[in-house]
Design a protein around this ligand. Structure first.
Ligand SMILES: [Zn+2]
Length: 184
């Protein structure tokens, strides 16, 4: 996208257009990290992306409600779960270290993918945890009953995962998550 667009959708006209109604073309679920600035990374503008950001995209009911709103009411056809290199919350979960009690709660919420990451070869543990956690977040979305799972079964929305490298600026894309009905 960055190769084609430069400061896309940032004009006064665009601001007025989206003031009437928003119709984002994607929901992005990502980390709060200051280096993962989505509109800058993807050269997107006003009204383009519906963004849900929490540390290490560790989602719960509130975040799933926000995703439901964007997909069911604003009709966004794509959900992107974007993990990233050098994530502090992921490192805390991988190493069992968190500096405060509340941050510890976030690290604990990342615990389910850690055993999966430990069984995965290649890369380092933090990157394995990041990628396993990304798959876990995609599964949480795909299995969120009744709204998101149903919209996925109807193929009204697709979930894809990406992993952003801080240094190179590259995003490597993962296979999209299958609708719940296709799971075995
Ligand atoms: Zn992060």
């Amino acid at each position: 996208m960055a190769a084609r667009y430069v400061h896309w959708h940032q004009s006064v006209e665009r601001r007025r257009e989206v003031a009437r109604a928003e119709r984002p073309h994607a929901v992005v679920v990502t980390c709060s990290d200051s280096r993962v600035s989505l509109e800058l990374l993807f050269d997107q503008g006003l009204g383009d992306l519906y963004v849900v950001r929490v540390p290490a995209h560790s989602i719960g009911d509130r975040e799933l409600a926000a995703i439901e709103h964007a997909v069911a009411e604003l009709r966004a056809p794509l959900i992107v779960v974007l993990g990233h290199e050098g994530c502090h919350a992921i490192h805390a979960a991988a190493q069992g270290t968190a500096s405060t009690k509340r941050l510890g709660a976030i690290a604990a919420s990342l615990a389910p993918p850690v055993p999966r990451a430990r069984r995965t070869y290649g890369r380092d543990l933090a990157e394995n945890v990041a990628r396993a956690h990304e798959e876990y977040t995609m599964e949480q979305i795909a299995q969120s009953e009744p709204v998101l799972s149903e919209l996925m079964r109807m193929r009204k929305v697709q979930v894809v995962g990406g992993y952003y490298k801080l240094n190179s600026g590259e995003v490597s894309w993962m296979q999209s998550s299958a609708p719940a009905s296709d799971r075995h």
